[in-house]
Ligand binder design. Structure first.
Ligand code: FES
Ligand code: FES
Length: 161
């Protein structure tokens, strides 16, 4: 049995220790917002937070999060509504097919926690997730909008905080 906190609730799973966390989230726990893209930690589609830090969980053994706090796209708003990054994504109509977007939002929300006002250079350096639809210009705009929302209204804590 492996225990950890998931979106603010304690969970216990009876799975092999080496099973990738992405498999456990999607297939064992039924949270399908976190996506499978490359499976080799390159594309970012599977980005989640572990203790508030962005992580790619397609290659991460579930045992690595024992006793830790995991947040997925389903929990990013902390149960209080939309996270400012989600609101900015809607305002800027970022998604095209949408497949990469949960991972993008998780990567961006983690970035804004440590870097509240990133410039374009920092964004390009920090957000290395891949979007095959090429929504990068709208992503940049939405990151600046989310930063402004968080500056004006204060950050919405997600369930890791
Ligand atoms: S599916 Fe995990 S980084 Fe691509
Ligand atoms: S919106 Fe389609 S892959 Fe990013």
């Amino acid at each position: 049995m492996i225990s950890f906190s998931l979106n603010g609730a304690d969970v216990e799973v009876d799975v092999p220790e080496g099973m990738p966390l992405l498999w456990v989230l999607r297939d064992t726990l039924g949270l399908t917002g976190t996506k499978y893209g490359c499976g080799i930690a390159l594309c970012g589609a599977c980005t989640i937070h572990i203790d508030g830090v962005a992580a790619r969980c397609c290659v991460l053994p579930v045992a690595a999060v024992a006793g830790k706090s995991v947040t997925t796209i389903e929990g990013i708003g902390g149960g209080t509504g939309l996270h400012p990054v989600q609101q900015a994504w809607i305002d800027e109509q970022v998604p095209q097919c949408g497949y990469c977007q949960p991972g993008m939002i998780m990567a961006v929300s983690a970035l804004l926690r440590t870097t509240p006002e990133p410039d374009d250079a920092v964004i390009d350096q920090s957000i290395t997730n891949i979007c095959r639809c090429g929504t990068y210009p709208r992503i940049r705009k939405a990151i600046h909008r989310a930063a402004a929302l968080m500056r004006d209204n204060g950050p919405v804590p997600d369930s890791t905080t």
